[in-house]
Design a protein around this ligand. Structure first.
Ligand SMILES: [Zn+2]
Length: 282
């Protein structure tokens, strides 16, 4: 998401959610809601399976069979975020694909609340202002272990800058990235971050054999459904979870269009459309 679109985006957000974002971006994270009546979205479940909860946009919480809780791009105040859901109480790792506000989201507040470590590009992680002990900055090619989850940093074709202060210019935030997460006794997930389709997705397939891909389909800033269908073929995944669509009018791609494009491209993957806030076993 480019800086010069923030006004439009903030307008869209305010139009939907009211005051949550009133002080501009990327500051003013919403205060964590107290754990109360509703179970936390992404809360541990005793199924022994990997469970994924979509928080809208590119934000997901994944719970592994071994008890690792991973939060991806936690913009928990996005217009599609589940209404009334509480933040996860315990998080081991926050994975941030790049520095744009709609992906960094509430990373800092969530890290402060849960003491989770933050994984992302070295430059971006260094800009967040968290204690050194919580910073796990790396780069494409890096591999990190979190309980039963093996996290690989992979390429994304996008841009990345971070604006800590809305009145100051954006700062260089390193390379944008995607993440492949190999889960023991579970699927191998690929969260693409923001990206266009690129030929090296075939290399990701060869290296890691992902089974489930979380792919942006909104277009404008990322792949659209037709490109995502080709990406899924390069990745050789069985399942595609669409993300980064419908948040604002510019992100016009739909899961239905992805299914149509898949058929046209003779793809065989399943389109798994998640409902924000609902925990789904993988
Ligand atoms: Zn972006």
């Amino acid at each position: 998401m480019r800086t010069n679109l923030k006004a439009v985006v903030v307008g869209a957000v305010l139009g939907v959610t009211g005051a949550a974002f009133a002080q501009g971006t990327p500051a003013a994270p919403a205060a964590p809601k107290a754990a109360a009546a509703k179970p936390a979205a992404g809360a541990p479940a005793a199924s022994g399976k990997t469970e994924v909860t979509w928080w809208g946009h590119a934000a997901f919480v994944v719970k592994t069979p071994g008890g690792a809780v991973l939060a991806f791009d936690p913009w928990f105040t996005n217009p599609k975020a589940p209404q009334g859901a509480t933040w996860p109480e315990a998080v081991d790792a926050i994975l941030v694909s790049h520095g744009h506000f709609d992906h960094v989201g509430e990373t800092k507040a969530l890290a402060q609340k849960t003491n989770a470590k933050v994984y992302g590009s070295f430059e971006l992680v260094s800009l967040l202002g968290l204690p050194e002990a919580q910073n796990v900055g790396g780069n494409v090619g890096g591999t990190f272990q979190v309980k039963d989850a093996t996290i690989h940093f992979v390429e994304a074709v996008h841009s990345s800058s971070y604006q800590a202060d809305p009145k100051a210019p954006s700062q260089y935030a390193g390379a944008p990235m995607g993440f492949v997460v190999e889960i023991a006794n579970g699927p191998t997930l690929y969260h693409a971050g923001d990206t266009g389709a690129f030929q090296s997705m075939a290399l990701i397939a060869e290296q890691f054999k992902p089974t489930v891909a979380l792919l942006p389909i909104g277009g404008h800033f990322t792949m659209d459904p037709a490109q995502a269908a080709l990406a899924a073929k390069l990745l050789k995944v069985k399942t595609v979870v669409p993300m980064h669509y419908g948040t604002f009018p510019a992100l016009a791609g739909t899961p239905e269009a992805l299914t149509t494009s898949m058929k046209k491209a003779k793809g065989t993957f399943k389109v798994l459309t998640l409902e924000p806030g609902k925990s789904t076993p993988l």
